[in-house]
Structure formats: structure tokens, C-alpha cells
Write a protein that binds this ligand. Structure first.
Ligand code: ADP
Length: 640
């Protein structure tokens, strides 16, 4: 070494970090490249910024670029930029003696989790420049600060100290040269094709060209090739097109669609594109898409809860970032590019970050706004959306405790099956069609539309000309529990005992009937002990003799099913058998009971009525064999 060489020791924290880097068996060592390219890109940004006030730093002609160079026999890889560069003191500070806040946070997290957690933390934090020691036995940094005459060489094996010396003939900017460790896991960082793939994967949208000697890519017709200012024929490895950073009015629908296909790997066009920028508050640009097709794993509990990637100043930070959108917007695809988040952010930091929370809230508002417009302006597309993703949106109503007013914003976007000829409707359209005398938004929950359409519970409502929403999705019943009302109209389930359409006079009549036949009703209740809590007369039926209705405040069918499926104790579902006093079969039952209350016929009639009510609503019979035997007996007696 020349006599001018200084040897300096790494700060304790940096040394600790390097120890972890070198010894951790980390499977994503490749991220070092992303980190070094990010640093290079930042250095170019800084130069461009400085040159705004010091134009002598950068001639208008000069091309800002990042160059990768490999020397396969020597097994070295260099990452070169012609950016701002570092002075002697900056080198000492930045690369060794002062641990960055990122380093400190990383170490805190690593210590808290025990060193076993380090590999995963490296992936999250990146930890910048020091990541290079995962792949390099020795790292050399040659740099010259813009506007300074002398360059410097920094060199270290990551073993506790680094050497620093003046270097002549160094161009403005920084070159980081890695003496690569032997190939591990078949991943050779001296292999141009491997590097090209990594650039494509992690740094595609970096705003500067990332170039490599074209000689490595003779076969690749898809790469843009040109002659660099130093005369070298180079191929560009990144597309360099952060579409979202371009002005909206210069982007064609086709470009948006291509980008959509690039990020989603879909073949279709997006249903809707949202491209917006915020000013004030947390600054960010978003390019988001509503897909036109439903992914197969939308409801798979193990699938990702977000499909939005986070970029910071055009540099990719994190795919599937859950801090950007609530899980009930997991169908949204695209990119959020923040201007003021740090680049090396971990999930933990993101979770606590206020700017991030603001972005999430704002993105949510924007997406809901776009859906609102879709509902208003492109009805058919909106219904397609609702068919594909409406169920996910409903999770928002169920999961949010109303904070941020999101439930209010969500409610108008929900689409339900309906008895109306349109087949499906929003709540607002339903309300607009309500009859003047109609007090509530009527709802019936069940498994499928066809079965519900035949349900006896619908009879009286339909007879009165009321439209009924058919809640067929599993989540609908939860929506019912949470939503309660819309535009001041209560949501009322028709199979609940407290919902009927009787006026006071009819109610009195029913009460009279009930009193008159109390003895019979009680004996029926006794016969059906264990199956129903009550037998009574009701006015909700027109054509059917009997129906089962939930008693007020009992748990609903889906809820009971959910609790059973998840092995949780469910309170008993209290139901009543409601008889239609006008129906000939019920009248006959009353007569039979009057003639001989102990007759086995009364018992059989009761059982059959209960079975019919179960079948009509699509519920299973407790004992189908017995039911069919009773029906057979009845057939014979009717024909003999
Ligand atoms: P971070 O990039 O998160 O700050 P690093 O450890 O990667 O952490 O880098 C530390 C600092 O070193 C950077 O903030 C920057 O000031 C400086 N630096 C790193 N690489 C370069 C480069 N290529 N050109 C100029 N400065 C650089």
C-alpha cells in the first residue's frame, strides 16, 4: 500500500452488521445489486439536483447512466455511476464510521429477534451498501466528488477495518467493485445473463439507463443497444420507463394496458385505470388498476392481501405491500411511488409510519371514488366488477369498524341479488324503487337464488309488490348484521319472526286466532320440542301452509354454520313454525285437532308440516326416511 494509505476501523455497529452479512446463509443475496443500483441512482439524482444551482457540475450533453462491468476470469463485478461521488470525509462517514439510521434499526430488529431472524431482515431492510459483503470477499470503492479534483479509493474485506487512499485518474462519480465469492446455489453474479435478469426484476423502472457491454448480449435482439460516450457498445438492461412518472395526457390507453399486463401477467385489459399524484401531505404517485378478470385465488386465505407494489422515488422497494391498501381492496393491482419514504424501509417501519397510513387512507378513498364513478357512468362494467370482486368489497363493510367513514363509502357500492327483474341491484337503486308504504329494505338469506326465489318467506312481500334482496353470498349475512340500515331505511330479514307486513287490525285478528287455538298450538309445540321453540299463526304466507322463521335476536343461518364450521359453540338457533291460517291444510289440522286432539293423524300432520317448511327453505330434514314414509301413508289414505 502507498504510504498515504490510512487504515480506519469500522464503527462497532457497522462491524456487527458486516459480521451478520458475511456469516448469514441468506438465500436472497441477489438483493445486493438492487441496493448498489439504488445508491447509484440516488447519486445521479443528487447530481442532477446540485447541478440546478451549480450548472458547471454537469454539462447539458452529458449522459447520466449506471454501468455494470464483469471480468469473468478475475471474478469481479463493478457498478459504476457518473453521479455526485463522495469526498474523503463523506467516504469515511458514509461507508464505515457512522452507522446510518437504517443500520441501527436493522441491528435493533436483529437483536430483538435473535440472529436466526437475520436473513429475512436483510430482505426487508436491504441495508444498503453493506449487502455487498454477502457476495464479495473484498469491496473496492473508487469515487470522485463532483467539483473536486481528487479521487479516493476505499477498500475492505469487511473484517473490521477499511483502507483509504487518494487515487488518480478517477472519473466523477462512484465505482463499486466486488471481488466475488465462489458461486453458490448456482447463482453466478459474474454471469451477464443473471445480472440482466436481476436488473429486470428489481430495477427495471430506474430512471437512468443501466447498461452493460453489448458484447455479452449478442443474441438479445430485444435490448436497446447504443454507443456510450466512452466508445463502448452498450446494451440497456432496464426498460427505464416508470410509466407512472409520465404526465397522464401523454400516456396512451395501450401503454397503460401494456403496463397492466406487465405487472399482472394477465392477458386482458384492465377494467379501469387510476393514475394520480398527490400534492401536499404525503407526496406520492399511484398507478392502479381494477382488473377485468377474477384471479383464481381471490378468496384463498393464504393468498396475498395486497397486489400493490411500493416504490420510493422510482426504485422498487416491496411487492404486495399490505400497508398500501386494506385487504378488502386486494383486487387492486399496480404501483405506489412515494417521494418521502426512506428507501430501506422494513415492514415494521411501514406499519408504524404515519405517511404510509395517510397514503393507505388516500388510496382507499381514490379507489372507492373510482368505483363510485364506474357505478354511475359505466353500469355494465360496474356490474362485471361487482360480480368478480363485490364479495371482497363486502369484507370491508364487515371488517371495518367504521373508522374513516369507509363503511358509509362502501355501502353504495355493494351489489346484491334481487327479486327485481334486473337480477342484481345496489341499495340505492332498491331504495329508489321502494313502495310508498314500504318500511324496510327486505332481505332473505340463503344459499342460492333459485331456491330463495321459491321460498315461502317471499310470498307476502311479493304479494304486496315489495322487492326483496336475495343474500346468497356467505358474507351477505354478515353485511346484514353490520349494515343495519341504508339511507335511513332499516334492512330487515324476511325469515326473522319480527318482520311481517300486518297492520293493526290484522294483528288483532291473528292474536284472536292465537288465543282461540292456544291449546292446539301448545300441543303442536310439544310435538315439535327440540325442533322449534314456538308454533303460531302468521300473515307472511300466501300459498304455503307453514314456514320456519327465526325468533327475534336469534343467530342467523350463516352465522350458525360459520360457528359450527370453526368449532365454536353456537347458541341455540331459536325458530318458530308459522302457520298460514287461511291454508286448507292448516284448516284441516285445526278440525282434526278439534275432533280428537290425541289422534295420531294430528301428530303426523304436524310432523309433515314441519318437514315441508324445512324442505321449502332448502334445509335438510332430520329424518328423511320417516318423512317419506309419512308421505307414502298419506298418499295411500288419500287414494283408498
Ligand atoms: P443508504 O443508501 O440507505 O443511505 P448505504 O449504506 O447504501 O445506505 O449508503 C450510505 C451512504 O453512502 C449513502 O447515503 C450515500 O450518501 C453514500 N453512497 C453510497 N453509494 C454511493 C454512490 N454510488 N454514490 C454516492 N454516494 C454513495
Amino acid at each position: 500500500m502507498s504510504p498515504k494509505t490510512e487504515t480506519l476501523r469500522f464503527q462497532a455497529e457497522v462491524k456487527e452488521l458486516l459480521g451478520l452479512m458475511i456469516h448469514s446463509l441468506y438465500s436472497h443475496r441477489e438483493i445486493f445489486l438492487r441496493e448498489l443500483i439504488s445508491n447509484a441512482s440516488d447519486a445521479l439524482d443528487k447530481l442532477r439536483f446540485e447541478a440546478l444551482t451549480k450548472p458547471e457540475l454537469l454539462s447539458g450533453e452529458e449522459r447520466l447512466a449506471i454501468r455494470l462491468e464483469v471480468d469473468a476470469p478475475a471474478r469481479t463485478l463493478s457498478i459504476r455511476d457518473n453521479g455526485i461521488g463522495m469526498s474523503h470525509d463523506e467516504l469515511v462517514h458514509n461507508l464505515g464510521t457512522i452507522a446510518s439510521s437504517g443500520t441501527r434499526k436493522f441491528l435493533e430488529a436483529a437483536r430483538a429477534k435473535g440472529d436466526a431472524a437475520t436473513p429475512e431482515l436483510i430482505g426487508q431492510f436491504g441495508v444498503g451498501f453493506y449487502s455487498s459483503f454477502m457476495v464479495a470477499a473484498e469491496v473496492t470503492v473508487e469515487t470522485r466528488k463532483a467539483g473536486e479534483p481528487h479521487g479516493w479509493r476505499w477498500r475492505s474485506k469487511g473484517d473490521g477495518e477499511f483502507a483509504l487512499e487518494e487515487a488518480s485518474g478517477v472519473a466523477r462519480g462512484t465505482t463499486v467493485t466486488l471481488a466475488l465469492k465462489p458461486v453458490e446455489d448456482d447463482q453466478d453474479f459474474a454471469e451477464p445473463a443473471e445480472l440482466a435478469a436481476l436488473v429486470r426484476r428489481y430495477s427495471d423502472f430506474v430512471a437512468y439507463p443501466i447498461e452493460m457491454a453489448a458484447a455479452h448480449f449478442k443474441e438479445r435482439g430485444d435490448l436497446v443497444k447504443s454507443t456510450a460516450p466512452d466508445g463502448l457498445e452498450v446494451a440497456r438492461l432496464n426498460s427505464m420507463q416508470p410509466l407512472w412518472s409520465r404526465p397522464k395526457d401523454e400516456i396512451t390507453p395501450r401503454e397503460y394496458a401494456d403496463f397492466y399486463r406487465h405487472v399482472t401477467h394477465e392477458y386482458s385489459d384492465p377494467l379501469e385505470t387510476l393514475h394520480f399524484k398527490t400534492e401536499g401531505g404525503s407526496e406520492y404517485t399511484a398507478l392502479l388498476f381494477l382488473p377485468s378478470e377474477r384471479p383464481f385465488d381471490l378468496f384463498d386465505p393464504s393468498s396475498k392481501k395486497s397486489h400493490v407494489s411500493l416504490y420510493v422515488r422510482r426504485i422498487f422497494v416491496m411487492a404486495e405491500c399490505e400497508e398500501l391498501v386494506p385487504s378488502w381492496l386486494r383486487f387492486v393491482r399496480g404501483v405506489v411511488d412515494s417521494s418521502d419514504l426512506p428507501l430501506n424501509v422494513s415492514r415494521e417501519i411501514l406499519q408504524k409510519n404515519r405517511a404510509m397510513a395517510q397514503i393507505k387512507k388516500h388510496v382507499t378513498k381514490k379507489v372507492l371514488g373510482a368505483l363510485g364513478n364506474l357505478a354511475k357512468e359505466r353500469r355494465a362494467d360496474f356490474l362485471t366488477f361487482a360480480k368478480n370482486f363485490g364479495g371482497v368489497l363486502k369484507e370491508g363493510v364487515v371488517s371495518e369498524s367504521g373508522e374513516g367513514g369507509e363503511r358509509d363509502a362502501l355501502a353504495p357500492l355493494l351489489v346484491f341479488q334481487t327479486t327485481h327483474e334486473d337480477g342484481a341491484t345496489t341499495l340505492a337503486d332498491y331504495v329508489a324503487r321502494m313502495r310508498p308504504d314500504q318500511k324496510a329494505i327486505y332481505v332473505l338469506c340463503g344459499e342460492d337464488r333459485e331456491r330463495l326465489a321459491r321460498s315461502p318467506h317471499l310470498e307476502a312481500a311479493l304479494a304486496k309488490g315489495y322487492e326483496v334482496l336475495l343474500f346468497t353470498e356467505a358474507i351477505d349475512e354478515w353485511v346484514l348484521e353490520r349494515l343495519r340500515e341504508f339511507e335511513g331505511k332499516p334492512l330487515a330479514a324476511l325469515d326473522r319472526g319480527d318482520v311481517d307486513f300486518v297492520d293493526d287490525a290484522a294483528k288483532q285478528e291473528l292474536d284472536g286466532l292465537d288465543r282461540e287455538h292456544r291449546g292446539m298450538l301448545e300441543s303442536l309445540e310439544q310435538k315439535l320440542t327440540g325442533s322449534v321453540a314456538r308454533v303460531r299463526f302468521g300473515a307472511r304466507l300466501v300459498e304455503s301452509p307453514a314456514a320456519l322463521v327465526d325468533e327475534p335476536n336469534t343467530i342467523g343461518r350463516n352465522m350458525a354454520r360459520f360457528l359450527a364450521e370453526t368449532g365454536r359453540p353456537a347458541p341455540e338457533r331459536r325458530r318458530a313454525l308459522e302457520l298460514n291460517p287461511e291454508h286448507p291444510v292448516v284448516r284441516r289440522l285445526i278440525e282434526l285437532h278439534k275432533e280428537d286432539p290425541t289422534s295420531p293423524k294430528v301428530a303426523e300432520f304436524t310432523e309433515l308440516l314441519h318437514g315441508q317448511a324445512l324442505l321449502a327453505e332448502g334445509s335438510p330434514l332430520a329424518d328423511p326416511g320417516r318423512f317419506s314414509k309419512l308421505v307414502g301413508k298419506l298418499m295411500l289414505s288419500a287414494t283408498s
